[in-house]
Design a protein. Sequence first.
Length: 214
Amino acid sequence: MHQVKFADIGEGLTEGTVAQVLVKVGDVVKAGQPLYFVETDKVNSEIPAPIDGKIAVINIKAGQEIKVGEVVMEIEDGASAEACPKDGACSSSKKEAKSEPVEENASVIGATPVSNELLVRNIPKTTSSSQQAVKATPLARKIADDLNIDLSTIQGSGPNGIILVADVKESQPSVQEQPAPVQEQPAPVQEQPAPVQEQPAPIKRLLDIDAPLS
């Protein structure tokens, strides 16, 4: 049984988030076939199968945080998967018939160690114009909810157009750049001076002065 561990995918990162699991238990895979999609703060990558075989154990799910060195899956090598049917019963004749090829394959595998780190392929960001339903990783949905960002306005760059954390973060500046609404300040009310009441001119009383008699 071959253990598939989460290897360092570069940039000195020690952990990542599983965006999508691309296989299920019982699937037969080929070396190089993508097993799961992981996203980090700096790199978004598909992690491929290191060997041919059948998926026996899956220890991860979408949205799960994983650390470098953690066993995420176990693969039954191709020789064992071919020797035994799905019900797990192997006939003695098949074991004997396959014993020599298995040993030869084992020697080849032992001579050429397989490293998950060497098989990591960084996925360039692509734009899917045919995306009709909003698909996003659990972490991307959470961040979008926290920032009040509508996922339907974002084009995903992950497998099958899935929206990743990086896509949400890239859309954030456009939201922040919107200027805050300017509140109109009411014009100051000028106090009007009290009207000055005109005082009537004083009426001088005219006194009739009798002229002196001559």
